[in-house]
Design a protein. Structure first.
Length: 247
């Protein structure tokens, strides 16, 4: 029997009475768990298998096919996230980013801790969109994109105003910005915002305040990065974009 901590990404009906639970675990990475008869209303483990739940579990981990959950030792539902459409939408998007960035079975304990901390902060009312952009930027290297937001891609200088350039796959200082007429023309507050979100701790980012105008610029910048370099557009992101367009 394997003991592990896990965060439920989602649950899906499988056949008539069974469920598939996608979960990130601390010691075994991402796994899909088969839970027989779990679709029945009074199934005794249901409380620990809800969306937006983190808990301690016992079962059998398999690197080939489904894994299995036999016991829920303890579980906590992130009730604020569960009941709030904005929070739950951004958290589901964060889940989808992690699911896309890492293969199943890959052990990523550091990311488990970062995700757990993020859920705790969003549950306490940290801005979920800010947290989602932090994940987008922090996960770039896991997608194979190594952006340096801190120095000029041409000369390496860090002491001059910088701007984002896809042509140079990074930043350009003011001495070299004429080499890319399609650079982003970001103001230095937004450049600083990108830098802080990339390297800041989740606890410090949870206190970060971004006004609506700058949030829109940040959103568009991250969208452009993911569109040009990553090429994924999860359904959860489509739903978030629809919400933002309606607001």
């Amino acid at each position: 029997m394997d003991e592990f901590n896990g965060i439920v990404f989602y649950r899906r009906k499988y056949r008539e009475h069974d469920l598939l639970i996608k979960m990130l675990t601390d010691d075994f990475g991402k796994h899909t768990f088969f839970v027989g008869h779990a679709h029945q209303r009074r199934y005794h483990l249901n409380y620990g298998l809800q969306d937006f739940t983190a808990g301690s579990y016992a079962g059998r981990i398999s690197n080939h096919g489904f894994s299995f959950i036999n016991e829920v030792n303890s579980a906590d539902l992130y009730s604020s996230i569960y009941s709030d459409l904005d929070k739950s939408s951004y958290v589901q998007y964060i889940f989808s980013l992690i699911d896309s960035a890492f293969e199943d079975n890959l052990v990523i304990p550091a990311w488990f801790r970062v995700l757990k901390s993020t859920l705790n902060q969003i549950e306490k009312n940290a801005n979920p969109e800010t947290m989602s952009h932090a994940f987008e930027l922090k996960l770039l290297s896991s997608f194979g994109v190594n952006f340096n937001f801190f120095s000029c891609a041409v000369c390496g200088r860090e002491d001059l105003p910088l701007d984002l350039s896809f042509k140079f796959n990074g930043m350009l200082c003011q001495n070299h910005q004429d080499q890319d007429k399609f650079r982003f023309h970001l103001d230095q507050r937004m450049v600083k915002c990108l830098q802080v979100l990339t390297v800041g701790s989740i606890e410090s980012l949870s206190k970060m305040q971004i006004d609506p105008k700058n949030m829109k610029v940040l959103r568009n910048t991250c969208d452009e990065i993911y569109s040009n370099y990553i090429g994924i557009y999860p359904k959860t992101k489509s739903f978030i974009d629809k919400l933002n367009n309606e607001s």
